[in-house]
Design a protein around this ligand. Structure first.
Ligand SMILES: [Ca+2]
Length: 231
């Protein structure tokens, strides 16, 4: 459940690749509310298709449309096939591009022309793009103004010790302020305590995810949760 400031409503689930559908990752994850485990595949495009198929099923079962977040790799973006895969998956699920958010881990993201071209094509399509685990990679800050992204997700490593650790608190506060100056949304990852949530809310963080809201779960219990909260 997303409960921070400007986002008072549900974002929707984040779909992660896991070893198997019955073996969810132990790390707290989930955009906004929670996480839907997906089968690990060599090509994450299968996870993308699975996630969108699930969204279509939820819609058919009477749930209001939710935004689905899916993790993709920068390699997928660079190879140039991702746009085609996304278009096909969206068509198969009869979903609009703005109902899909793609998360790309910062450490794999580069400002190389192939990556930029792929990201631009996805943005033109209308898909939302987020940098995942922001702060742990080595991308230079200038990539933030060159890459066509919509949101930053602050890595849990910085969130874990706020508000007590003054260094982490300073970093998180600065990232939120910087993101907003750049017109980017901000999501905090790994939120587990009310004190963390208050710190983030007070600094204008747009949304949060983590154990405080929900643990990783399979599609069925998540449908129940969505039904209860969106009713
Ligand atoms: Ca993610």
């Amino acid at each position: 459940m997303v409960v921070l400031s400007r986002v008072a409503t549900v974002f929707g689930p984040e779909c992660m690749a896991t070893a198997s559908a019955s073996e969810p990752r132990s790390r707290p994850m989930g955009t906004g509310r929670e996480l839907m485990p997906c089968a690990r595949t060599a090509a994450r495009s299968r996870a993308l298709g699975e996630a969108l198929r699930q969204a279509k099923e939820w819609l058919a079962s009477g749930l209001p449309p939710v935004r689905i977040a899916v993790n993709v790799s920068a390699i997928q973006v660079q190879r140039g096939r991702l746009v085609h895969t996304v278009i096909q998956a969206l068509q198969a699920a009869a979903m609009r591009p703005d109902q899909l958010e793609l998360e790309i881990t910062e450490s794999t993201l580069q400002s190389e022309p192939e990556c930029l071209t792929g990201l631009l094509a996805l943005r033109r399509l209308g898909v939302t793009l987020a940098i995942d685990d922001f702060g742990t990679g080595y991308s230079c800050l200038s990539s933030l103004k060159t890459l066509p992204i919509n949101r930053l997700k602050i890595d849990r490593a910085f969130v874990r010790d706020v508000p007590h650790d003054p260094n982490d608190a300073a970093i998180v506060e600065a990232v939120i302020a910087m993101a907003h100056k750049l017109d980017l949304g901000v999501v905090a990852e790994g939120v587990e305590t009310a004190a963390q949530e208050k710190f983030l809310r007070d600094r204008g963080c747009d949304a949060a995810q983590g154990y405080l809201y929900a643990h990783p779960m399979a599609a069925e219990p998540m449908a129940d949760l969505l039904r209860a909260q969106l009713a």
